[in-house]
Write a protein of this length. Structure first.
Length: 157
């Protein structure tokens, strides 16, 4: 019988990633010319783990770090976002099983400092965690953003 993989298993299954390839004709309309890196899930998780308390990072910052690391023009926004979600769910699995040191996924935001509602616990849990680390979270329309997020961005390079 088929057993559903845990998010931890998904996180550690790199398949044939990372992979750098030429941007296809179809992709050029969106991203221009050059190369695109499709990262490994653990690479995304590794960057998320480096963000210290009091700092945040955006998916676009993670993509910039990955592109620079692999000498690519861009990092794939789709797989980077998917792998960040997998990292967040793997961290939540770890926390549920009693693990104390987990990937601080609540510090990884969407562009513009927007909280990712798809992460475990939704907006409310992330809001509580971010506020406990000294951030102010504001509601803007239907979105929640970290106030002055650009002033607390974590930079690796």
């Amino acid at each position: 019988m088929y057993r559903k993989k845990t998010f931890r298993e998904k996180l550690t299954n790199s398949k044939d990633f990372p992979r750098v390839q030429k941007i296809t004709e179809k992709q050029r309309k969106i991203w221009g010319t050059g190369t695109i890196v499709i990262p490994a899930p653990l690479e995304v998780d590794g960057i998320m783990k480096k963000v210290p308390k009091g700092k945040i990072i955006t998916i676009n910052e993670i993509r910039s770090i990955l592109a620079k690391k692999h000498s690519a023009t861009i990092a794939c926004p789709i797989t980077t976002g998917i792998f960040a979600c997998i990292a967040s769910r793997a961290a939540d699995e770890g926390a549920s099983s009693g693990k104390k040191r987990i990937t601080p996924y609540w510090r990884t935001l969407k562009s513009g400092g927007v909280i990712n509602e798809k992460y475990p616990g939704g907006i409310e849990r992330q809001k509580r965690k971010l506020e406990s680390e000294g951030h102010t979270v504001l509601k803007k329309g239907k979105k929640y953003i970290v106030k002055d997020f650009d002033k607390v961005l974590f930079k690796i390079f």
